[in-house]
Design a protein around this ligand. Sequence first.
Ligand code: SAM
Length: 252
Amino acid sequence: MSELSDLTLPTFSEIWQSTLNWCPTEPQQVRFQDLLTQLCALNTHVNLTRITSQEAFWEKHLWDSLWGIQPWLQAEPTELRCIDIGTGGGFPGIPVAIALPRSHVTLLDSTRKKITCLESLCQTLPLPNAAPVCDRAEALARRKGDRAAYDLAFIRAVGSVFSCAEYTLPFLKVGGTAVIYRGQWSVEEEQILEQVLPQLGAKLSDLRSTTTPLTQAQRHCLYLQKVEVTTVNFPKKVGLPTQDSLGITSNK
Ligand code: SAM
């Protein structure tokens, strides 16, 4: 994408409105444009995220990130504390921080060079309500001040749904919500997830599906509500959260 000469981000106001019943304000659109421009510049040094066109960036990174948090978009409650686990190039966390300016978003990733880029990005945008943190989810979730401290935890494209549940839930306060972004989703995965959630102190509160507005790709979003304190057994030590740690035998 950095080799493309025109980096003008489309507005697609009608699509925002018709699909999410929300539309970025003018300052938010400027932030999204700056995000695209700066990510393309950073991508020439570090492979932060794949961006093939302005439209693909809009759909896969902006629209997709915000579709998952649609329930919070229209009426942002006061000061949500959020964490994006395995944020990579900042998705979904950065679009969420732009769309929910009163909330605070921790951008967590275990890759140092990605976090260094995000630190520079958050300074230059600027994005004062986002804080990049370099650590593994398994380690940060055991730290006082981060464990059971968040209202919302998002995770996109980081391993199996079971690992996603195990990574997100320990960060949440009781009553908080984990938002797990998936492409495909199967009945078998849902059945197994329902079996393991009680171990993690959570229940499946919603499952939404849609197709993306430009390329009609399949999307699913799972919403897990934390109903009890997660036991100290979770998450497993670094490298271990897997289906096995939750006693799952399926290969999905
Ligand atoms: N969420 C972004 C997105 O959807 O564009 C990036 C997804 S990328 C495929 C997965 C990212 O998760 C990588 O940047 C990787 O470093 C990070 N990651 C994987 N396991 C992690 C862990 N246990 N703790 C923190 N970050 C992790």
